[in-house]
Design a protein around this ligand. Sequence first.
Ligand SMILES: Nc1ncnc2c1ncn2[C@@H]1O[C@H](COP(=O)(O)OP(=O)(O)OP(=O)(O)O)[C@@H](O)[C@H]1O
Ligand SMILES: [Mg+2]
Length: 405
Amino acid sequence: MRVVFLAPTFPPEMIQYTRGLAEVGAKVYGIADTPRAGLPKELKPYLHDYLQVPRIMDEDDVIERATTWLKGVPVDRVLANWEPLVILAARMRERWGMPGMSSDIVRGFRDKQLMKERVRAAGLRVPKSKRCTSQREIREAAEEIGYPLVLKPIAGAGSADTYRVGDAKELEATLQKVRHVQELSCEEYVTGEEFTFDTVCIGGKPAYENIAAYLPKPIEARSNEWISPVIITVRDMYQARLKPGVELGRDVLKALGMGDGFTHMEWFLTPRGEAVFGEIGCRPGGAHIVDQMNYTSDIDLFREWARVATWRSFEANVPRKYNVGIVFKRAFGQGRITRVEGLGQWLKEAGPWCVEEALFRPGMQRRNWKNTLLSDGHVVVRHPDWAEAHRLSFAAATGIRLFAQ
Ligand SMILES: Nc1ncnc2c1ncn2[C@@H]1O[C@H](COP(=O)(O)OP(=O)(O)OP(=O)(O)O)[C@@H](O)[C@H]1O
Ligand SMILES: [Mg+2]
């Protein structure tokens, strides 16, 4: 089994997927723009061969170079787990006549307007939305959809340039902020709680499923620096309250023609108990959610994904043992971390339930919290009881404080 895996170096968890592929017996041909000499040491044992390209985002160029490089090598799969590269992987499969999702199918997971149209066409509940490329179109769409609404980039990630707009006056102010975005989606604002629905699929059917709760909704977490965003996987994900989300998730996969691999969907649970589609990608969620899922069941999804993507088989048992919370911290002040407060006490309180502590230490440069949910580090805590996992997560959110100067 020969597998081309795009960007085995970035984001850093791609090293884990490369390991998974090697562990299930694949020969991994990596392609990225990292110089060969700069490849992480821990990645090298899992790579069979490597091609450095000048620009990994230049699809036509990468396809040409890879075609030349692999002449005579019978490749079986082309895979990518990083959102910006899923279309490129599909185009390579098409070019080389390989099994896997076509670029048209993958576009349904990448283009937020197209995905909503396809999901809506299947009779599922989707926020009203319009694709807009000018200020005039946005004003017209706002008239039609009404307030509150959301303005966000069609090809967005990390909640960048995403705004809730309460009325026409706010719309004018927001229009100035999104001037640099070429294509926007203008949509009905859905009130309610927000969750993920994550899967590893074989032929569009989930071999693995997960639900995680966003506390609070990403749009709020990204609008207020003082918030420590918390995400908790729900151990009891098949409880009645969340059933509409599981059903919606499975139906969305059918509607979009999912094949093999990871999916990461976001959905809303309205106060009336209705599940509403948010968005979906045909790749794993970022920001350590795969680690959280692994901690939930003590499994290795990096390897199980690889088994699915190559041999179309999922072998792990997935007992849902824990609710796993991750808490991202943002320091007060700019520059370098100067001190961390409350960590010792929280660690004592969490005891064995804390499974990861990766907070920034004094001297480290703060990350830009707007650019990455990872912010200034995180802790991971798990517990069989939802209430206790929730309590310990929020104890970290409020009780641990980082300062910077
Ligand atoms: N129609 C909507 N109604 C209510 N909230 C919304 C709506 N669309 C987006 N949001 C909020 O904005 C957030 C970001 O939107 P979306 O997930 O579409 O963009 P994104 O940039 O791909 O996000 P990310 O990469 O953080 O998942 C959502 O998680 C949700 O909190
Ligand atoms: Mg999102």
